[in-house]
Design a protein around this ligand. Sequence first.
Ligand SMILES: Nc1ncnc2c1ncn2[C@@H]1O[C@H](COP(=O)(O)OP(=O)(O)OP(=O)(O)O)[C@@H](O)[C@H]1O
Ligand SMILES: [Mg+2]
Length: 364
Amino acid sequence: MELSTISHAILFEAIEQTGETFCLTDLEASVIYVNRAFEKLTGYSRGEILGRNAGILKSGEHTSDFYKEMWETIKAGRRWNGRIVNRRKDGTLYTEEVRIYPILGQNGKPKYFLALRHDLTRETQLEAQLNQSQKMESLGLLAGQISHDFNNLLTIIIGSMELIGEDLEKGSVGAKLASEILRSSKEAASMIKQLMVFARRQEARPVRTSINTPLAELKILLDSLLGRNISVAYSLSQDLATVRIEPDQFKQAVLNLAVNAKDAMDGSGAIMLKTYNAGPEGLPPSLRSGEYAVFEISDTGPGIPPETLPRIFEPFFTTKPKGKGTGLGLSTVYGIISQSGGQIIAANLPKGGAVFTVYFPAVK
Ligand SMILES: Nc1ncnc2c1ncn2[C@@H]1O[C@H](COP(=O)(O)OP(=O)(O)OP(=O)(O)O)[C@@H](O)[C@H]1O
Ligand SMILES: [Mg+2]
């Protein structure tokens, strides 16, 4: 077909149906046309955006200099490329790669601007997840070496102190000091043990099971631990995929998560425990496609501030006052989950409250 004989209708259909988003504006950034992909990406229908300023998508994440540079480039008739964080109609932010082409008139000056955008949400999530797992990996190596050496030293200290204590006269100053040293050393040893779990230095004997089984065994303990003012609701899938985990370690992880939820809620609220199957669709981008059994625990607390979210699994990261928390709870959870080939993701619920989602690969 000759180029000149391609009808406008065909071109229009092509632009309407492509997955790339088109947005055409005039020189003042007033929207003249958007295609369907644009409506889908931003949540704005054409009726809502035609005639409005394209600045409606601004997220507040960029400086005015950023936009100034963009405008100067396109007004001068040059193409502009960049990554922009924008805001959808529902208020959520997303990252996109944007290319803005000035459409020139016969006088060589821009008449319109055409913005093509490519959603990078998945890529940026993947990038963040990769950075996160690299950080955890190097922390794990460091913690592994330190905890291993410390554990050996503490074993000697504790053993020797026990022997010394036996030789000392009961009630004497020496005996009191010896028992104080022993108590502190045992406390140190228990911290070191947690660090060893984080560093996956603990031997594990995984078994094939449904995660519903250890959860059911935990019920009475959880109820008494959480007290009367915190309700616990269960929603367990009945045909849950089988996984390979160490049930006692899994229970330890659930307890740590539940205690955190309790602490966050300051005494009263609700905890929800859920299990379900997932995959291959609807998985977070960091997971390989496949089948997973998922465990989810959510609470009605204040949630986790976005700026601390990337740090909560680090050993010794705590927001609790001195003497209240060691910051080892979530790092042991992290170690336990990754040792069994699983992955844990922390997030906040839209209506407030934290949610921890744990994915275990299903075994055949
Ligand atoms: N459910 C939750 N809601 C809000 N914030 C949470 C929740 N769970 C964890 N956090 C945050 O993550 C931090 C780290 O948790 P982690 O369990 O590792 O340590 P900790 O609870 O502070 O101390 P430890 O568990 O050693 O007693 C907490 O201090 C808190 O700020
Ligand atoms: Mg904790």
